[in-house]
Design a protein around this ligand. Structure first.
Ligand code: FMN
Length: 165
């Protein structure tokens, strides 16, 4: 089953965390997951994917303008309706707005008809309420790596449960 992570990243944090989500997805048997920057999305691959996760850095407590433009202008081509969709963010500060950005991406996916999901607290620890967040600069972002990988495996498990024949 194909799954995709689509991210915007300027200095690499969001790319690196997206790669960890893909690693977690690919740890689930039967999953073929790939990550794509918004500048180079394989639309045919994503159209076939059953699970899509969007990732953005946080700028001024929002997703980046580039990610918002991507969602508004290009996400319609991805056929998100009925897919399982999640979101993650990277930011500089714990109080810098990451969960607001996650909500922006999840809300957009809902408008496109997607089924939004994170697993929340249903898997126990680590609790990932809306989607994983990586904090850089004020903390070492690598200390959040496990959360991203675990989140990827949870998203993939749920997609397999829902869509595997
Ligand atoms: C213009 C700009 C605005 C930013 N605004 C915020 C912010 O409001 N809150 C926050 O926590 N981090 C903020 N950051 C930090 C980035 O979200 C953080 O460094 C992120 O991990 C960068 O992702 P990337 O390496 O994938 O580009 C800002 C960074 C830039 C360049």
């Amino acid at each position: 089953m194909k799954m995709a992570v689509i991210y915007h990243s300027v200095t690499g944090n969001t790319k690196n965390m997206g790669d960890l989500i893909v690693k977690g997805m690919n740890s689930v048997a039967g999953v073929e997951a790939q990550a794509f920057p918004i500048e180079g999305v394989d639309v045919e691959f994503v159209k076939e994917a059953k699970c899509v996760v969007f990732g953005s850095p946080i700028y001024a407590a929002h997703i980046t303008g580039q990610m918002m433009n991507y969602l508004l202008s290009d996400a319609g081509k991805l056929h998100l309706a009925g897919k399982l969709v999640g979101a993650y963010a990277t930011a500089q500060y714990v109080h810098g707005g990451a969960e607001l950005g996650i909500r922006e991406m999840l809300d957009h996916a809902m408008v496109m008809g997607a089924l939004t999901y994170s697993g929340g607290g249903s898997f126990g620890k680590p609790f990932i309420h809306l989607g994983p967040v990586g904090i850089d600069n004020t903390m070492d972002i690598n200390q959040f790596a496990d959360n991203f990988e675990i989140y990827g495996s949870r998203m993939a498990q749920k997609a397999m449960e829902l869509f595997a024949k």
